[in-house]
Ligand binder design. Structure first.
Ligand code: OGA
Ligand code: NI
Length: 353
């Protein structure tokens, strides 16, 4: 495991606050990776589906819509998800306050590439890599044996309690969602959770993202195109500032957040477990020159020390296993070394035919 970064870390927020008028070369993406805004020429539906948890929970018609969203988009927004709206706002506000602290205070939590836990500004240890226009704070939440609140921010005063409270509510939502995904795949309600290794053994991490305003947003990205490595991701978006884009055919669709909704997306492990029926779809974040953006992603992952491969009940003669099993800890290590790179990682597991 690599213990340190290949270059000194620069907080992007500090760069942005210094009022620079051009983006340093380290953040300038090659032309083909630069942002494209809703180039809608495909004739495809261009709105990420919005699902109401009350309509999909144990309801055949709703489960069909879940299946359709996961096959077609790999993304949906969910309302009536059970997570308290005031809590969503408080936790997002607390993170905003954290990022507004002086950089010397935040640096006390500086992370390193061996665990990624803490305050950071890059993913991947490839020297001279192009970097993303964002800072983040990454922490472990589940299993509770690896939870270490002393590594979490201690300011603003309520932030640790808010993280715990929010984490708990989202954990419950994730359990319901995994059950819903299982049923929508035609499996027994608990089948997918068993394949995850059981609810007391799953992993979860939280990543608070800060995307500072940017003098030349068309040259860079807040977060480069990637698919999420884990099971499912729940994103609490910034309601005032859009930025998350989802790949749709050859286009990028910017998500318009519905008030109080959470964004759910399928990660690589669910693509693997579902044998490719559900798609872990590429997404990226664009920035803008007017406003900072804060989002909070909770990654809900299978147990990390068991092989994850396609669920046997989903295999048929016509659709044999597409992926070779791999443990999630091994899989994640590959991503943590390389940084975000589209869907290369999951594609590398395709069993050669
Ligand atoms: C992520 C991610 C989206 C966002 O953290 O993996 O895709 O809106 N975040 O910040
Ligand atoms: Ni993501």
């Amino acid at each position: 495991m690599v213990a340190s970064w290949p270059e000194p870390i620069v907080s992007v927020q500090t760069l942005s606050q210094a009022g620079i008028s051009t983006v340093p070369n380290r953040y300038v993406k090659p032309v083909h990776q630069r942002p494209v805004y809703n180039s809608d020429q495909s004739g495809l539906d261009m709105e990420v589906p919005v699902l109401d948890m009350r309509d999909v929970w144990r309801k055949p018609e709703g489960l069909r819509r879940v299946r359709n969203a996961c096959e077609e988009w790999g993304f949906f927004q969910v309302v009536n998800h059970g997570v308290d709206h005031a809590l969503m706002e408080s936790v997002r506000g607390a993170w905003r306050e954290f990022f507004d602290l002086p950089v010397e205070v935040k640096r006390k939590y500086a992370n390193s590439p061996d665990t990624y836990e803490g305050y950071g500004s890059r993913v991947g240890v490839v020297k001279d890599a192009k970097l993303d226009w964002s800072d983040y704070f990454f922490l472990n939440y589940l299993p509770s044996s690896i939870r270490n609140p002393s590594k979490w921010p201690s300011q603003p005063p309520k932030i640790r309690e808010l993280i715990e409270e929010y984490g708990e509510e989202v954990r419950k939502l994730c359990e319901r969602l995994v059950e819903t995904l299982s049923e929508s795949l035609g499996l027994e309600p608990n089948h997918l959770m068993k394949a995850f290794g059981g609810e007391d053994k799953v992993g979860a991490n939280l990543r608070a993202n800060f995307y500072p305003k940017c003098p030349q947003p068309h040259l860079t990205l807040g977060l480069s195109s990637h698919s999420d490595p884990g099971g499912i991701t729940i994103v609490l978006p910034d309601e005032e500032v859009a930025g998350l884009q989802v790949r749709r055919g050859d286009c990028w669709v910017t998500i318009k957040s519905v008030p109080n909704a959470l964004i759910v997306n399928i990660g690589d492990q669910v693509q693997i477990l579902s044998n490719g029926i559900y798609k872990s779809v590429e997404h990226q974040v664009v920035v803008n020159s007017g406003m900072d953006r804060v989002s909070l992603a909770l990654f809900y992952n299978p147990r990390s020390d068991i092989p994850i491969g396609p669920v046997k009940a989903l295999l048929t003669k016509d659709r044999p296993a597409l992926y070779k099993p791999i443990r999630f800890d091994e899989y994640r290590l590959l991503i943590r070394q390389k940084g975000p790179s589209g869907k290369n990682q999951v594609d590398s597991l395709l069993a050669s035919t």
